[in-house]
Design a protein around this ligand. Structure first.
Ligand code: PAF
Length: 279
């Protein structure tokens, strides 16, 4: 595997490739990331991964400095997955001058859910993703459904900017007890780790009630938030939305069987976890 930090070198290395499949990451790789690499391999060749902890998407009180950086271990894992190029720019490589141009996602999709609780987050994400796509110029890019809203926003951005990359969605990789794998799980204490699968269980309870015909979504959301709170979580939201645009479903949508997704973000101790489930 070639490890490249400069944009020019990356372009030289990938020149002439017709089906590059790209997986952007912030490192601290776990099985979830590796499943994205494997999906990328099914859709393209060569597979290019990036590791870049993107300051732009962290709020002032978030964990940019303490975000886990495990470069040597990450390299070993990517080698084993047969990744061809690891693009690992420094901040200077990627932002040689202050990044004054930013992508501004529309508020109806970027200002809700995660966007409401993490102002500026999606501007940071889309700005770096646009830049990474411009560096790698992949024909295919893989994003996980674990970050459901991010996936939708990136998909819409690439469509509206006519970026010639196909966005492939990867299913969420879960531990046996249902907890979605995330770099932030490592912040959980042993006791919190035992409690953490409650988040996914709660999503399943909501989904099961809906499938059983309970269509009062506000009541379902309220009860789910209540259950989490009772168990010591601090939920930001449990929200049932339309998969198509992440807006709340109207009564007619529910009757017509509009595809839905239930999304949640909640803090357990000092660790904020997100998850979602398509209904
Ligand atoms: O999902 C992530 O790890 C990040 O948001 C991404 C897409 C690599 C952009 O920094």
């Amino acid at each position: 595997m070639k490890i490249i930090s400069s944009i020019d070198e990356l372009r030289d290395q990938l020149r002439g490739q017709l089906r590059t499949a790209f997986v952007p990451t912030m490192g601290n790789l776990h099985e979830g990331h590796l499943s994205l690499m494997r999906l990328a391999r099914r859709h393209g060749d060569p597979v290019v991964a990036s590791i870049f902890v993107n300051r732009l998407q962290f709020g002032p009180n978030e964990d940019f400095d303490k975000y886990p950086r495990t470069f040597a271990a990450d390299v070993e894992k990517l080698e084993k997955e047969g990744v061809y190029v690891l693009f690992a720019p420094t901040e200077r490589d990627l932002y040689p001058e202050p990044q004054e141009f930013r992508v501004q996602p529309p508020s109806d999709i970027g200002g809700i859910l995660e966007g409401e609780f993490r102002p500026g987050f999606f501007t940071g994400v889309t700005t770096v993703v646009l830049k990474l796509l411009s560096c790698v110029q992949p024909q295919v890019s893989v994003f996980g459904k674990k970050d459901y809203q991010q996936l939708m926003i990136v998909r819409k951005m690439t469509r509206q900017f006519a970026i010639p990359t196909e966005i492939i969605a990867a299913e969420t990789y879960r531990a046996e007890d249902g907890l979605a794998l995330s770099s932030r799980n490592m912040y959980l204490s042993a006791e919190e780790r035992l409690e953490a699968p409650t988040l996914y269980r709660t999503l399943n309870e909501v989904a099961n009630e809906m499938r059983a015909g309970h269509l009062d979504i506000f009541e379902l959301e309220r009860r789910a938030m209540g259950r989490l709170t009772e168990r010591g979580w601090k939920p930001d939201y449990v929200s049932i939305r339309k998969r198509s645009n992440l807006q709340p479903p109207a009564a007619g949508d529910l009757v017509q069987g509009e595809p839905l997704v239930v999304l949640t973000a909640a803090k357990l101790g000092s660790t904020r976890l997100i998850d979602n489930l398509e209904i």
